[in-house]
Design a protein around this ligand. Structure first.
Ligand SMILES: *Cc1c(COP(=O)(O)O)cnc(C)c1O
Length: 545
């Protein structure tokens, strides 16, 4: 009989008061403590073993079969499992079919390996179970969170010492807010921009109180818009919907050949609206610092100039690229970000935190007053409660994870990760250019690149082809890339994602997309991944081509 069994047999599988108390009272005997420690060990190492054994991600076909296990919609009345069985079940039945995002061969998405210590920090957050919505449920964690906000704010805006000393623990102001993810961070930024513009005036109590219809009447406006490159993350369109702006009023501006916003188009769009469209108000211009699909960074200083000239809110979506600011070598790639009125950064991306953590920062530590809420039982005016200026109510104290991670890593530690990603992506791009089967589509600025299979025979036809013929060739290329990507994913050894890039005057282009963030992803692994793609291509299309 194993220890696991002997422990579990002491408690029967019934829901009664006595058993209930057992799960709330800290175990006092040596034996039961040892068992709980062992469970933690299983979680750390049992799950990690699976990561080593199962590299691939699940085939699409078997998802159907897997979901057949999950078709019973009733909740069991009596307990059916003990903790030990739950953990074993997850390790044996769930983990092997989960996606191994930690594999160095998994280079298709912004979700990747995290340092080991993150699991410990996440466990601490659960064990303390603080709720930063209010001081009464978080106390020291609220003060700590303000410090973390200041540390990141300082990286972005680099204001003087006195500025940070004044605001760091001052309840009347805030450098920003922790939220669940980048989507809510972008929403918060546009929420603030909207409320800041439609502020109260005589006969109008402000948009937050009276809504968009009254706001437009009070300001003599019929429509609000936000301008952002066509590579904008779709969370901005969601924000448009939620805020009553309308998601079609998040206006996409074309990108240049290098996938950054076309400044001339942006300028003329702004001018056209300002000159000819007095009933339309531009609420914000958004620059992307690390576009989700291509990793490209918009010309932030130029967008900042345009915003200053026309007095428009400047938001930078640095959900992905933000932590580049920790790299002395590459932080200049984000220059201009210090001019932003608001900035989005995700913790679960390049801060390598576990899911999930979003942050939004504001240059002006008082601007979030336009979204302040008070309630009688918490968040009273003048209190330190962080929930006063936050889209979210109850939430996990993820600031504790970021603060600890910064202590463990230092800017130097994070810089190693950032630099590795950027430099490996560049080497990856060179490798693609060396291989005749491939075409580099976006040169990496940060650590994301897109490329596609573009076989020589099609290339030759392409050069001689007219528009009609090119359309047909693009379809063929798209089809090839879709199939190779799918077959590679299904083979389960490695994973590169795919997306479709749209450009003015061109056919939609299907591309393979790689995100290099795992420090274990080496050029050797990348060459293997490309070899595999070549192999799949030749086995599927050699005859046809
Ligand atoms: C990931 C991402 C977002 C959205 O973040 P979530 O955390 O997934 O909600 C927004 N913008 C950009 C540029 C992103 O890469």
């Amino acid at each position: 009989m194993t220890d696991k069994q002997s422990f579990s047999e002491k408690t029967a599988l019934v829901a009664n008061w006595q058993n209930l108390q057992r799960i709330f009272i800290r175990p006092e005997t040596e034996e039961s403590r040892a068992v709980l420690v062992k469970y933690m060990e299983q979680i750390l190492f049992g799950l990690h073993d699976f990561l080593r054994k199962h590299v691939g991600i699940t085939k699409e076909a078997s998802l159907k079969k897997l979901s057949e296990q999950f078709t019973d919609s009733r909740i069991n009345v009596n307990p059916v499992k003990k903790l030990a069985d739950v953990i074993r079940g997850i390790i044996e039945d769930i983990a092997p079919h989960a996606v191994n995002v930690a594999s160095p061969y998994f280079i298709g998405h912004m979700t990747s390996a995290i340092p080991f210590f993150m699991v410990h920090l996440q466990t601490i957050v659960a064990a303390l179970n603080q709720n930063p919505v209010k001081l009464e449920t978080s106390k020291i964690v609220s003060a700590l969170e303000r410090q973390v906000l200041a540390k990141i704010h300082r990286r972005i805006y680099n204001q003087n010492e006195a500025f940070y000393n004044e605001h760091i623990q001052q309840p009347d102001s805030t450098f920003g807010s922790f939220v669940e993810d980048g989507t809510l961070a972008n929403l918060t930024a546009l929420w603030v921009a909207r409320n800041f513009f439609f502020k109260p005036r005589p006969g109008f109590a402000g948009v937050e109180k009276e809504g968009m219809m009254a706001a437009c009447q009070a300001y003599g406006i019929e429509r609000c818009v936000v301008l952002v490159s066509q590579l904008a993350h779709y969370s901005l369109r969601k924000a448009g919907g939620v805020l009553g702006i309308g998601n079609t009023n998040i206006l996409p501006i074309e990108v240049d050949a290098n996938n950054t916003i076309n400044l001339d188009k942006l300028k003329s769009a702004v001018q056209a609206i300002q000159k000819n469209d007095p009933k339309t108000k531009i609420l914000a211009l958004v620059g992307i610092a690390g576009a989700t699909e291509t990793g490209t960074v918009d010309p932030l200083p130029k967008i900042a100039e345009l915003c200053a000239e026309h007095k428009i809110h400047f938001h930078v979506d640095a959900a992905w690229g933000g932590p580049t600011l920790l790299s002395e070598k590459y932080r200049s790639l984000l220059s201009g970000i210090e001019k932003a009125d608001s900035v989005t950064i995700d913790g679960h991306k390049q801060f390598y935190m576990p899911m999930s953590c979003g942050m939004v920062y504001f240059k002006d530590p008082h601007i979030m007053d336009v979204v302040a809420y008070h309630a009688a039982y918490i968040n009273r005016p003048g209190s330190v409660d962080l929930g006063i200026r936050s889209l979210v109510g109850s939430r996990a104290a993820t600031s504790l994870i970021l603060k600890s991670a910064l202590e463990i890593m230092g800017t130097e530690g994070y810089a190693l990760l950032i630099d590795h990603g950027i430099e490996t992506a560049r080497a990856f791009a060179e490798e693609i250019q060396k291989r005749p089967l491939f075409e580099l589509v976006t040169r990496p600025q940060l650590n994301i690149l897109t490329y596609r299979i573009f076989p020589e025979p099609i290339r030759k036809e392409w050069d001689a082809a007219d528009t009609q013929k090119r359309k047909a060739l693009t379809e063929r290329l798209n089809n090839i890339n879709i199939i190779v990507q799918r077959l590679q994913r299904e083979a389960g050894k490695s994973f590169v994602s795919r997306t479709t890039l749209r450009r003015a005057g061109r056919e939609d282009t299907v591309v393979l997309r790689s995100v290099i963030m795992n420090p274990m992803t080496t050029m050797e692994i990348i060459r293997e991944i490309l070899d595999e793609q070549e192999h799949i291509y030749h086995s599927q299309f050699a005859i046809q081509a």
